[in-house]
Design a protein around this ligand. Structure first.
Ligand code: ARG
Length: 489
């Protein structure tokens, strides 16, 4: 009793005198609250700010309006909304959408809790009482899941287009230097010569897989949760399949509990985005290394390089460094999303509001990184003389010599050992293998004859890699054509 009266006193006096609470009431005006009925006190200002998602989830505005239009039509078709109310709501939603695109101050709303309450408040302001009927049979839980899926579906399409454009840029730079060769590396040590186009096609393959992965994620994203209501399903006789068709969803979710709490599609999207960034980051690293004075394989044009504020001579590959750096934040979001959903009890929990900034940032970062990478590819020059020179030095034809001996009957292990000793001898003399005299070579094996020089030539070295997937010019020509064709599919 004593405790209770203390609480009552606290509630009536101290809470009400708390200036933060008064501010909170202003921040979240009572008319905009979707859930004010059972509350008598105002929301704490600090908590109201903390609770708000409108500043970022307003990006879902258009998707949420689309969802609302379809929901409204679903309610009308089920006889839940009168034709007249449905027409009024539809007109109101269109009017709000027009205002949003015409009036840049439209979104300056310090009071809205989230995009869903914002739209509902604007709707009621615009059309009056009919607007209060739209939320029938719907919860923000199925609403937000629907809006986020609609938004992400479109975004995946944009990112796939950017990936396609980056793939096209790779093919274009490959074709611009059809005959160019460069050293291929393992352990960043010169290994075997390869065609420049073969290097381009390697990154093409990665991005092609990335686009496949995006298509998979899109398929699982493109399922409609609307009609799951808060968690248990809707009690109104709406035609969920019909609503899904209107929104171009491929189907409806099968379990309402799962539907409102599933964020797998966000994690999968961040995962697919992470692999894209890993691939772009590797490409960036190659270009950064190749653009050093030490390598000198690539020169970046002024359009994609930056200078130093102190050292006048510098030309820095910032574009590629940023792509490499931004991979980290995308990986971080993947882990962040996994951590957010881990251990959440069924079904919806407010933790899930944290999904949006992660998904938005993954989408923005992946898309812009793909675009910038394509721009860099189109704004760099391959220094073919230097890459060719590098491809003929560093004993990269040693394997050819071992294969030559093996073809003449020497067991490969023995040939490997003999060539190792020849390389050592050549290093001592400061020459390449093909610069040794025939009799010098024959000291190591009498199997070696005049035709060895042909076998050691750059042209032969490349031409022998003629199985599918190899760097032989004819293989690469075929691979380029197949890659080009796959882009048009
Ligand atoms: N802003 C919320 C979110 O992003 C919308 C859903 C809120 N639902 C609720 N029952 N509190 O998750």
């Amino acid at each position: 009793m004593h405790l209770f009266s203390n609480f009552e006193r606290l509630k009536s006096c101290e809470f009400d005198r708390n200036p933060r609470v008064t501010q909170g009431a202003k921040l979240l005006s009572e008319s905009q609250k979707l859930w004010g009925g059972r509350f008598t006190g105002a929301t704490d200002a600090g908590f109201a700010t903390y609770n708000r998602s409108f500043d970022f989830d307003r990006r879902l505005f258009d998707a949420d309006v689309r969802g609302s239009l379809a929901h409204c039509e679903g309610l009308r078709a089920a006889g839940v909304l009168s034709d007249e109310d449905a027409a009024t709501i539809t007109r109101g939603l269109h009017a709000i959408r027009e205002r949003a695109s015409a009036d840049s101050t439209f979104f300056n709303d310090q009071a809205a809790e989230d995009v869903h309450s914002f739209i509902e408040a604007r709707l009621i302001e615009t059309i009056g009482d009919a607007g209060r009927r739209l939320h029938t049979g719907r919860s923000r839980n199925d609403q937000v899941a629907t809006a986020l899926r609609l938004w992400l579906r479109d975004e995946i399409d944009h990112i796939s287009e950017s990936a396609r454009a980056a793939e096209r840029a790779l093919l274009d730079v490959a074709e611009a230097h059809r005959a160019a060769v460069l050293p291929g590396y393992t352990h960043l040590q010169r290994a075997q010569p390869i065609l420049w186009a073969h290097w381009c096609l390697a990154y093409f393959e990665m991005l092609a897989r990335d686009r496949e992965r995006l298509a998979e994620v899109r398929r699982r994203t493109n399922v409609m949760p609307l009609g799951s209501a808060a968690l248990a399903g809707t009690s109104y006789p709406v035609d969920r399949e019909g609503i899904a068709r209107a929104l171009q969803f491929e189907g409806v979710t099968r379990n309402s509990l799962d539907a409102v709490s599933d964020r797998d599609f966000c994690v999968e999207f961040a995962g697919a985005g992470s692999l894209i960034m890993a691939h772009l980051s590797r490409l960036a690293e190659d270009i950064i290394i190749y653009a050093t004075t030490e390598f000198g394989f690539i020169e970046l044009s002024d359009a994609v390089a930056t200078g130093s504020s102190l050292m006048p001579q510098k030309k820095n590959p910032d574009a590629m460094e940023l792509v490499r750096g931004k991979a980290g934040r995308v990986f971080g979001h993947t882990l962040g999303l996994l951590t957010t959903i881990k251990g959440l009890p069924l079904t919806y929990n407010k933790d899930m509001q944290e999904d949006k900034e992660a998904v938005f940032d993954v989408a923005d970062t992946v898309r812009t990184s793909l675009d910038v990478t394509a721009t860099v590819l189109r704004n760099m020059r391959l220094r073919e003389e230097r890459t060719r020179d590098a491809a003929t030095r560093g004993y990269m034809n040693a394997t050819e010599l071992a294969d030559y001996l093996a073809r003449r009957g020497m067991p490969f292990r023995e040939a490997h050992d003999a060539v190792g000793r020849i390389v050592l001898h050549a290093i001592g003399r400061g020459v390449e293998l093909h610069e040794l005299a025939l009799n010098e070579l024959r000291n190591f094996s009498p199997l070696i004859e005049e035709d060895v020089f042909d076998a050691l030539s750059l042209e032969r070295t490349l031409a022998t890699k003629s199985q599918t997937g190899g760097t032989a010019p004819e293989q690469v020509t075929n691979a380029l054509a197949a890659a080009r064709a796959s882009l048009d599919m």
